[in-house]
Write a protein that binds this ligand. Structure first.
Ligand code: ADP
Ligand code: MG
Length: 229
């Protein structure tokens, strides 16, 4: 279980949204992917998933080349897209059963995952009746139904209220314990709360890749400000 990103770049027309980024993440790591809006986080994550082709470079997930074998690689990846699109009119369980069919996994996986993300009490409701925090749990459940060992979570906590934030952070920490997790955020405290390691990008370029323990008293905030201005 690992993610290896080798010199990936992405051009949108004349704009270089991602510029020669490289990093690798090993099993059991929960890595915060931090950067201001427009830094290139979502683009990088879509490339790691095989949803978008890099202009240059390559990505390996569990040693599978994602661009060459995207379906195979996606069996190992759970992806929670930014804005978490959901079918609001569907019931929670109905939606997850539908996702289970798409992934060709058993209905039993749905019961297991409902429990894991703490959705049982809400599973009979329509998605539109859920709070934002519970909707994120539905997205997380959908991303994890096929039991992937790599999770790519794009701004999973954006728009949550403080209580929901705490709950979703601890859920990510819990489910990430034996997986490989890359999650993006533009909130510094989030990285401090969940991760051991931070990768910072700005204007498409990687500007830092550090263990939080390496910061040696320097605050993440100071580092972030100095690198992203
Ligand atoms: P982040 O997730 O860090 O906010 P994005 O990866 O979404 O950054 O965007 C990086 C840059 O690429 C931004 O300037 C954005 O406007 C641009 N961009 C993103 N997607 C597209 C697209 N499909 N077409 C053109 N430009 C895009
Ligand atoms: Mg984004």
């Amino acid at each position: 279980m690992s993610i290896t990103v080798k010199n990936i770049s992405k051009n949108y027309g004349t704009q270089r949204a991602v510029d020669s980024i490289s990093f690798s993440i090993e099993k059991g790591e929960i890595v915060g992917f931090l950067g201001p809006n427009g830094a290139g986080k979502s683009t990088t994550m879509k490339i790691i998933n095989g949803f978008l082709k890099a202009t240059e470079g390559e990505v390996l997930v569990n040693n599978i080349n994602v661009a060459e074998n995207s379906l195979d690689a996606q069996k190992h990846i759970g992806y929670l897209p930014e804005h978490n699109p959901l079918y609001l009119e569907m019931f929670v369980k109905e939606y997850l059963n539908f996702c289970a069919e798409v992934h060709q996994v058993s209905k039993e996986s749905v019961s297991i995952i409902l429990k894991k993300v703490g959705l049982n009490p809400e599973s009979h409701k329509k998605i539109k009746q859920l709070s934002k925090g519970y909707r994120q749990r539905v997205g997380l459940a959908a991303a994890m139904l096929h039991n992937p060992d790599v999770l790519i979570l794009d701004e999973p906590t954006t728009g949550l209220d403080p209580n929901q934030l705490v709950e979703i952070r601890s859920l990510i920490k819990e489910i990430g314990a034996n997986k490989t997790v890359l999650f993006s955020t533009h909130v510094l405290q989030e990285v401090e709360a969940i991760c051991d390691r931070v990768i910072i990008i700005n204007k498409g370029q990687l500007v830092a890749d550090k263990q939080l323990s390496e910061l040696k008293g320097e605050s993440l905030e100071t580092l972030f400000r100095s690198l992203t201005n």
